[in-house]
Design a protein around this ligand. Structure first.
Ligand SMILES: Nc1ncnc2c1ncn2[C@@H]1O[C@H](COP(=O)(O)OP(=O)(O)OP(=O)(O)O)[C@@H](O)[C@H]1O
Ligand SMILES: [Mg+2]
Length: 506
């Protein structure tokens, strides 16, 4: 099958999201689609998937013009989509989720679960997905949930499969497994469209790489013709500094002091296990680790969203172990949360309101009786400009921003006030290379202004590039402290997996 998007144009009020975009993808190849936040990638794929009607332009399948009124039409035409935010029912089993909407029914019209199980098993075996049809979704790690989405698409007989930032939520080993799955899809004759912000991934897996900028295709290249620097420049329109530039840290007194901290999950399992560490003024400490080793719970405890079961947390000498998130915030703690839609933003409020969300009650914006909306507007305009948030109006709803631009709003809000401590979880998840460069430079600037910075990221490259010291977390404990200038990614990876580099005494 050959799929052509021809001169697709799609606008939203005030935004030309796709401007005469033409692309094609055929059976047996991987097309990587990359571009800045807000460049129009997701919009284009939603047009292809029948979710949006294009204003003009055409979709052709094997040369035949086609129109889709809905996703059902696109699915019937052989197009499958794995969205970034999965659409699974947590309390249903794998088999039940996979057949939602295409239920094989038994004699009396009831769901034939045996048939569903068998269907899952067949597809799972064929593509080496290793899925248990009876497992409950809520008990599965994200990487496995993604495979369930893939099975859904395959059972609906997709010939072209679109993945919108599939690796953003995966751990490094899950990413390698994902690439194996993509290879088996291609071997089975599927065409794959792969959206990513990680240029290394595009170079690794794609046959062709198409680059979008501000709604138009600015070029196409291949992994043999291009490298990371070249693609970054195509995307952003200028050379991008892919490595963080910073001087050595000048650490001062302890700002965050964590002593013997233990946290249990609701089932009574120990998720943070007797941890002690400190972050000093003027240094960036990174926490490396495979997702699910207690980092999320640690951050939630440090920021007041979860209670500690034992031990203490101090900020500048004051015990804040039981302080509310708001008090911690007022004491100069910033928090960039890992889940931007659940914890970072109120998507039903405007961009400007989100930018001042944590300080609207301060004298800067309020005289105690009424809000100074003019001031809110001015401050927002400036933040949007500095952080290159792509929007034509700060009064638009936050929900109209593309994923990466939502992330930039949170970072802009959290870093734009006087801080003592910044706790940043996955600060650049879903953010394009140009904006990563900016966010990283802002984090280094915070450090140099005397803020203590704690970065938690499952991107080892990011932790290594930013941190002055790295702590590795494994099964709730800190198992190593390393100097990123003197330690290889390989060795840190070994600690992350619970083992030790050769030559290190156990
Ligand atoms: N429903 C909507 N209403 C208004 N504007 C929208 C809507 N959806 C997208 N946009 C705008 O269209 C443009 C393209 O957004 P899109 O989500 O396609 O970007 P993207 O390339 O996928 O970015 P990212 O890498 O951040 O996911 C952006 O300016 C965005 O704000
Ligand atoms: Mg997108």
């Amino acid at each position: 099958m050959r799929l052509d998007l021809v001169d697709i144009t799609k606008s939203f009020p005030g935004v030309l999201a796709n401007d005469r975009v033409s692309l094609n993808v055929s059976s047996g190849e991987v097309l990587a689609l990359i571009g800045e936040n807000g460049a129009g990638k997701s919009t284009l794929m939603n047009v292809l998937y029948g979710m949006y009607r294009p204003d003009s332009g055409e979709i052709r399948i094997d040369g035949q013009p086609t129109t889709f009124q809905s996703a059902a039409d696109a699915i019937a035409a052989g197009i499958g989509m794995v969205h970034q935010h999965f659409m699974l029912v947590p309390v249903f089993s794998v088999a039940e989720n996979v057949v939602l909407g295409v239920e094989p029914t038994g004699a009396l019209g009831s769901l034939d679960i045996a048939k569903a199980r068998q269907m899952v098993k067949e597809v799972s075996d064929k593509y080496h997905l290793d899925l248990d049809p009876d497992a409950l979704i809520e008990n599965l790690p994200v990487g496995i949930q993604q495979r369930v989405e893939i099975v859904k698409v395959l059972l609906r007989d997709a010939k072209v499969v679109v993945f919108d930032e599939p690796t953003a939520v995966l751990t490094p080993s899950e990413i390698l497994e994902f690439f194996e799955i993509v290879k088996s899809l291609v071997d089975a004759g599927k065409g794959v469209v792969f959206i990513t912000h990680k240029l290394k991934e595009a170079l690794h897996i794609a046959d062709r790489i198409a680059v979008l900028r501000r709604g138009t295709v600015v070029g196409e290249t291949t992994p043999t013709q291009a490298d990371e620097n070249k693609i970054a420049e195509m995307m952003v329109g200028r050379p991008v500094q892919l490595v963080v530039s910073k001087n050595s840290a000048q650490p001062g007194e302890e700002v965050l002091s964590v002593s013997d901290l233990t946290v249990l999950d609701p089932d009574g399992r120990t998720v943070v296990d007797d941890i002690s560490f400190a972050v000093r003024r003027g240094e960036i400490v990174g926490i490396a680790g495979v997702q699910g080793n207690g980092q999320t719970e640690l951050v939630e405890t440090l920021t007041g969203l979860r209670a500690a079961n034992n031990g203490s947390v101090r900020l500048g000498g004051d015990d804040i172990t039981v302080a509310s998130p708001r008090l911690r915030h007022e004491m100069g703690m910033a928090h960039i949360p890992e889940d931007r839609q659940r914890q970072g933003l109120v998507v039903g409020m405007s961009i400007a309101q989100n930018l001042v969300l944590t300080r609207y009650h301060s004298p800067e914006f309020s005289n105690g009786v009424s809000m100074d909306w003019g001031k809110v507007h001015d401050v927002s305009e400036e933040l949007v400009k500095n952080y290159d948030v792509r929007t034509n109006d700060v009064d638009n709803l936050a929900s109209t921003l593309s994923g990466g631009n939502q992330q930039k709003v949170i970072v802009a809000r959290e870093l734009s006030r006087d801080l003592r401590l910044a706790v940043a979880s996955q600060p650049t998840r879903g953010v394009d290379v140009g904006s990563i460069e900016y966010i990283h430079s802002q984090i280094v600037k915070e450090r140099d202004a005397g803020t203590a910075v704690l970065i938690v990221s499952t991107e080892l490259d990011e932790v290594m590039a930013l941190s002055d010291r790295i702590l590795v977390m494994y099964r709730g404990k800190i198992v190593a402290e390393v100097d990123p200038k003197k330690t290889s990614a390989m060795d840190i990876g070994l600690y992350m997996a619970g083992s030790k580099p050769q030559g290190v005494a156990s």
